[in-house]
Design a protein around this ligand. Sequence first.
Ligand code: SIN
Ligand code: FE2
Length: 210
Amino acid sequence: MQHSLFEPPELSFAAGAMLLRDFAQTEETDLIAAIEAIAAAAPFRQMVTPGGLTMSVAITNCGAAGWISDRAGYRYSAIDPLSQKTWPAMPEIFTNLANRAAAAAGYAGFMPDACLINRYLPGARMSLHQDRQEKPPDAPVVSISLGLSATFLWGNETRNARPLRLALHHGDAVIWGGPSRLNFHGIAPLKPGTHPMLGDKRYNLTFRKH
Ligand code: SIN
Ligand code: FE2
């Protein structure tokens, strides 16, 4: 989506955190094709939280390890629990995009080894959480949005801060690391809509070093 004329293409919204409008837009076709190829091998599925709730977001992964959740907890696993095989390899266009987005936000040399792919349909949401299964959590997280726009919720290092709300559109990149690395964040319930390439969906790629 074209960013508003009144909004800068780059926004440093917290120490160590940056929003880059349209960063991935020119690669949209290849990125979507890559997501669909990954999902053909490792289908999107709704996982269960340790508390027994089914997540509204459907997820899959690519790379050396994938983020999973079940009654035993949140963790990284080299094996997809559905297929009992390794996750699909991380496509070169993913690694390259994540590396460039991180560098543009001041994190040169980022080499992700895990990519969580989230699929949101209208109503799906992600409640405030920290990304803290990465050991050690020193590399940044790079997030790429595709499809329907969403509201990103950005808190601080405690769960009870009133979050900042940032609109994320197709092609936007968000990077957080350093002093922001363990900040709480989430996605408000996705509003219905129709995206020209993805219809009623939003995809989000989050790249990490696990
Ligand atoms: C996440 O925190 O894993 C997802 C964030 C998003 O969907 O933009
Ligand atoms: Fe997260």
